[in-house]
Design a binder for this molecule. Sequence first.
Ligand code: NIG
Ligand code: FE
Length: 415
Amino acid sequence: MPVLLNISQLAICPVEGPQSDAGFVNNAALVWQGEEITWVGASSELPDQFHSEPATDCGGRLVIPGLVDCHTHLCFGGWRGDEFDRRLRGASYQEIAQSGGGIMSTVSATRNASFVSLVQKTREHLDGMLQLGITTVECKSGYGLDVKAELKQLEVYRQLSEQHCITLVPTFLGAHVVPKEFQNAREAYIQLLRENLIPTIARRKLAHFCDIFVEDGAFKPAEARQILNTAKQHGLGIKIHADQLSNGGGALLAAELQAVSAEHLEYVSAEGIHALAQAGVVAVSLPLASLFLREKYLPARQMIDSGVRVAVATDFNPGSAPSYHLPLALTLACLNQGMHPTEALMGATTIAARAVNMHHIAGSLRPGYKADIAVIDAPNLNHWLYHFKDNSCVGVVKNGQWAHRQSGFATGPGL
Ligand code: NIG
Ligand code: FE
């Protein structure tokens, strides 16, 4: 049974309780067997039976649950560096979209990309995420917007689920925007989603969730209600890109439809916050998108104080958040959203796991949970998020196996 010793601070990240309590244990040890955690606590209380097991000395570092990135658009063709320059010269994100750039330009690049090239590119992103300590990733389609290319993206995720150690949670986002060829036939596109794509995807078990972008230029709440109700009838969970660029009623809809999560929420209203709290919908904050679009941030402090659980994720995509650096997102959440380091960590572990319905197996370091663990080269959480290095993660255990371990760790039976 592998043992971790000499952990200066261990964050259990308990599934119940307030977001401000990460369940710290100082001078801790942790034991796992197979894919499951079996014991965690103060080193001084490590039972005798584990003293001669194969151990790794963590060198007085921080140990946290493997991070959960609960919102990404991971598989896409091309990039959009040209738009960066256009935006810096004054064009807005929406103006660029209206002139043929934006989401539709990534749709063209994704439709034109081969399956093999998408697998390769997406695999490279997953490799980079794993090095940062990320062990579970939600991943959306939504850059195909036709039957063939939406299924292609979801098949990329299926293949990588089998080949990569990171746990992938696929989400169908066919309702990202209405594609160009349906611009004058919105109803027909909605019909294609409801009568063809959603049933096919559900039958082939290609997605766990159905997401939709509710915004001017994307989908209206009434259309979203129809699409999401169809998804529910086919057994998919519900997510909503809500109130990102304006207050369009997305949060209220998420509460009404009992969505598992509402994402973005930069422009959420007080009424929307109240509704999310009442309905127990997780709010997913995406600070890298706010930074990159030079937009408002989700009002995390107000939401947590109102009883909403706030997850933190990257939104990794080529247009509004071209980075999968989840630890940087956590530092931004502290600096720009009034979150405390413990709240930010909880938001990228157990609360993020809740946003993908995995909070009973992932995102916490308790006996019975998956042995998904990150070793961080910092003495404690505050130090990690304050000293935002390019990468502080020096070791990752995924499903009970070391997936990445920098040299310099002392290992041996019992040590
Ligand atoms: O979450 N808001 C909609 N979708 C993405 C952006 C997609 C893009 O610009 O390619 C987001 O920000
Ligand atoms: Fe997004």
